[in-house]
Design a protein around this ligand. Sequence first.
Ligand code: EPU
Length: 421
Amino acid sequence: MDKIVVKGGPALHGEVKASGAKNAALPILASSLLADGKSTYRNVPDLVDVSTMLKVLRTMGCGAERLSETAKDVCEVTVGAGITPEAPYELVKTMRASVLVLGPLVARYGRARVSLPGGCAIGARPIDQHLKGLKALGADITLTEGYVEARAERLRGATVNFDLITVTGTENVMMAAVLAKGRTVLENCAREPEVEELARVLNKMGARIEGGGTSVITIDGVDALHPVEHAILPDRIEAGTLLVAAAISGGDVLVKHAVPEHMEAVVLKLREAGCTVTTENGGVRCKAPQTLRPVDVTTTEHPGFPTDMQAQLMVLLSVAQGTSVISEHIFENRFMHVAELHRMGADITIQGPTAVVKGVPKLSGAPVMATDLRASASLILAGLRAEGRTDVQRVYHLDRGYERLELKLRSLGADIQRMKA
Ligand code: EPU
């Protein structure tokens, strides 16, 4: 098992490229199931979660491969006859987003059997809204032996009003509705750029979707879709993490390909903290201030401040001059990094869904343990600033969602390496 070793100190400088977005790649790969033939995707990040989705597709009988070393960002998915519309527990338990095959499978094959994802480190994360949407479209849903079974002759368009805003729920039901008979109206949808991107890809495949990226999505069902070629949009969370790396190390970094419109809430908070954030050369630059200021932040659905950047911003604020208040409104258990940050000298108190972060003059390096994907990134960010050496264990969490973060940080001047734990 690997660990990441960071020696704090160097200010990061230079340019780095954002990779393709994990949370766009996963539903888009799943959407391949909606059409026979070969779909080709570029700018697909080389991540464990992407490999897991390719494995899920292969298990069902699709061809699903990343191309050679020279075109590593390209994935091809081929769908033909003989698909087994089933996602087994062994894979779903390693990645909840596997549940994204449910909508496409029931829409296309009239039948799906997908393991019900359990809870995870950041919260219970039920999928009741996915199921509510599919039921409204006429799917017959049963839960047996830990699996969701969905059946339908052909789905029928319907109006679905989600009880809460869910990203993959919106995506799953949208993918189901594209092949339903008639019009579907989805209300109270997630507005994340990744949902908009999925709608764009489905439309390229021949779907008729309006309103992707807004809270009401209208879908006129079609009889069949065709495969697609598409380049995945840049990862706004990876980009945001790299901007925080610049800020916390006292540096100045341009994250190329970062899309400023996708990151407004993060940019705003970095500016409030005193950073100079500008848009230039097809990217976003962050220059650290002399002194970081405290900032209050509440995570909410897009376009609000993303929960996936909460841990990273918390680390930045842990060395600001003053007290910040961070409220987590999306997941009930997303402060697991706090206990590890305490070990590095941070002064953070948790009160229910709120963390009170009192800035300290310095952090000190320590052995720490990653508990989930974004928590692992935050511990590495803390290590960039800390005095001495930080060993971040359990980096398999990091590899699920960051494409060799240590190499990107090293290219900017960080003293960081991957080692055998
Ligand atoms: N929820 C329900 N019922 C549902 C669906 C969601 O109660 O049927 C609740 C969840 O428990 C949570 C809230 O609604 O409290 C929002 O969850 P959402 O469904 O939006 O999350 P998700 O779709 O499972 C995606 C991202 C997450 C990201 C969240 C929130 C993907 C593959 N995953 O998850 O990404 O944190 O949206 O923005 O798109 C990450 O990349 O580190 C990550 C966890």
